[in-house]
Design a protein around this ligand. Structure first.
Ligand SMILES: Cc1cc2nc3c(=O)[nH]c(=O)nc-3n(C[C@H](O)[C@H](O)[C@H](O)COP(=O)(O)OP(=O)(O)OC[C@H]3O[C@@H](n4cnc5c(N)ncnc54)[C@H](O)[C@@H]3O)c2cc1C
Length: 550
């Protein structure tokens, strides 16, 4: 008798197989645009399910390495990346995973196209999305800054498809004193006498993608006041023409739970040449365009990792037999996966809705009201999808039983990598407080962004005629009413303590509204069922809090 053989999960073309992505694109893109971009997505889907996925599995044990000294005692601080990342860099450049958003062949919808490429690319490249997100954010920040010297110097490299010319960028903010409270930063910028150039002195505690050619960083010009306002945003290039670090000492690469292909360094700046991007103050405000883009990437990465886990899990359910039938025929297993699928679909629609708004903001086709909505939704989307990604990844591992816990299946990395999503680019609590800040007055009118939020959410329900969606629409309405009344009644201390639950409620509520809108438009049975299920899981997580003294 032949020994038992278990067929492993496999992936097909990750674009062709993705009902949710294809259906969404056919709703938001004009038919001619859809036809024009489909080939690029299908190519990326083919790579993601084929060559890149195989390389990812083969690269599993490789990690980036830091060599601090050469054989002759010279400090070199060289970083060697893994084969997967080398390949990922070339593919990212050639396929325009950053460039597409800047070429703007389809106006504001180019941002949606680019996010679709990133969504397909990310889960097969072990968080190569990290340097790409910062590259994209640096390009946007420099373009917004109006600093023509730096735009001419760096932006062509950041948005090129030419692999020889392509640069990635780092974002060096976090110091030992604080990653959330960056106003505590201790790095000093000393102006060179008689010039606009600066030299930086200080320690940066988390600098990811340290192999990048440039970075945007925060430092305090001498004599500036303490706090965030006294910081300036500066541009630096990491290595000189001989490849030597520019007065940067890399002490070590961090030993992290996940994102292990990402070289994240602790370093000292010891006279690193740098230039002001904008003003000598307001660095935290001036770096905001970068954070908006990296938070969008965070959300797109969250939905892409959920999608990858589910693609593998659904495939495995057809191959794994237990108690006389494949798991795909066991009602409880199917029910478990359907719940995860509903979370994914809801998150997908919110992340891509923020991509649509971001695109319109970049081409200046956004109304003032929608600009406020984008300001509000960026932290909400990032914090909501980050939490969903961790929950879904954890359940995906369990759906494989013991295999989900075993490294050489390539599954545990999904959970480890998802776990970073609620931490970097602003933790859940920090973004919940940012949500409250975004609600403050605009144009002298308090909570204007929230009014637009309400309009958009209710607008999603306007044309709902499918009877199976009626109950879900009711869930949206009551969660919205509850969030609004909670906000109106909460005292200042309760508002701060409840900010996370409030923000998550807004996030889940708009996710459900967008999911209903799409289900009504498509009348796709699966989308309708996902909307029903997401509504029944619940979107309102505001509850009465009681004091707790640790
Ligand atoms: C893998 C990885 C890569 C990273 N790469 C980079 C990088 O390239 N560049 C970079 O600049 N940074 C990077 N970071 C740092 C990251 O952005 C910070 O870790 C993050 O912003 C949190 O800062 P912190 O670690 O100092 O935590 P803290 O700010 O000390 O926060 C600790 C806890 O306190 C909570 N908290 C803080 N303030 C409040 C408040 N007012 N109310 C309620 N709760 C609060 C937070 O939510 C958190 O749970 C990276 C981090 C990781 C894990």
């Amino acid at each position: 008798m032949n020994p038992f053989e278990q067929a492993p999960p496999t992936l097909g073309n990750q674009y062709d197989d993705d009902r949710v992505l294809r259906s969404y694109l056919s709703r938001v893109l004009p038919p001619d645009v859809f036809i024009q971009i489909e080939e690029s997505l299908s190519e990326m889907g083919h790579l993601a399910g084929g060559e890149l996925y195989a390389l990812q599995l083969a690269d599993r044990l490789n990690e980036p390495a830091l060599t601090q000294w050469d054989a002759w005692g010279n400090r070199i601080d060289k970083i060697e990346l893994t084969p997967l990342w080398h390949r990922a860099e070339r593919i990212a450049a050639e396929h325009g995973v950053v460039a597409t958003a800047y070429e703007q062949k389809h106006g504001s919808l180019s941002r949606v196209h680019q996010c679709a490429l990133a969504y397909l690319f990310t889960p097969s490249t072990d968080i190569y999305s990290c340097p790409l997100a910062m590259t994209d954010g640096a390009a946007r920040t420099l373009l917004n800054s109006g600093n023509q010297v730096l735009i001419d110097r760096a932006v062509p490299h950041l948005i090129t498809r030419d692999t020889d010319e392509f640069w990635t960028a780092g974002q060096w903010m976090t110091e030992l004193t604080g990653g959330s409270d960056v106003g505590l930063s201790e790095t000093i910028a000393k102006q060179e006498p008689g010039s606009n150039a600066f030299r930086l002195y200080g320690r940066k505690w988390f600098t990811s993608a340290i192999a990048s050619q440039m970075a945007l960083t925060l430092a305090r010009p001498e004599g500036n006041p303490p706090g965030g306002r006294g910081l300036a945003l500066l541009y630096l290039e990491t290595r000189d023409e001989h490849g030597r670090p520019r007065n940067i000492q890399i002490h070590r690469l961090k030993d992290k739970l996940g994102t292990r292909k990402v070289p994240t360094a602790e370093l000292t700046l010891d006279g690193t040449p740098a230039q002001l991007v904008k003003s000598p103050t307001d660095g935290v405000r001036n770096i905001a365009p970068l954070l908006n883009i990296t938070r969008l990437w965070n959300g797109i990465s969250a939905v892409s990792l959920m999608r990858r886990g589910l693609a593998l899990s659904f495939d495995y359910a057809r191959k794994r037999v237990a108690f006389g039938a494949p798991l795909s025929e066991k009602p409880l297993h199917v029910d478990t996966l359907a719940t995860l699928q509903a979370e994914f679909e809801a998150a997908f629609h919110l992340a891509f809705y923020v991509a649509e708004l971001t695109g319109r903001s970049e081409t200046r086709e956004i109304s003032d009201d929608d600009a406020l909505l984008l300001r509000l939704l960026t932290p909400i989307m990032k914090l909501t999808t980050g939490k969903q990604a961790v929950m879904v990844a954890s359940e995906v591992l369990e759906s494989f039983g013991g295999a989900g816990y075993v490294e050489d299946t390539g599954l545990p990395v999904l959970l480890r990598d998802s776990q970073v999503l609620p931490i970097w680019e602003g933790t859940t609590n920090v973004l919940a407080l940012d949500t409250l800040r975004a609600l403050q007055s605009a144009h002298g009118i308090p909570r204007l962004g929230l009014r637009r939020f309400e309009e958009v959410v209710l607008g999603c329900l306007e044309n709902v005629s499918e009877p199976r969606l009626a109950e879900a629409a009711g869930v949206v309405q009551s969660a919205l009413d509850h969030a609004m009344s909670w906000l109106a009644e909460a005292r200042a201390d309760a508002l701060e303590a409840g900010a996370r639950r409030f923000s998550l409620t807004l996030g889940r509520t708009i996710e459900l509204a967008l999911l209903i809108k799409h289900a009504q438009w498509s009348l796709d049975d699966q989308a309708i069922k996902s909307a029903q299920r997401f509504a029944s899981i619940g979107v309102d997580v505001i509850f009465l809090s009681t004091d707790y003294t640790p």
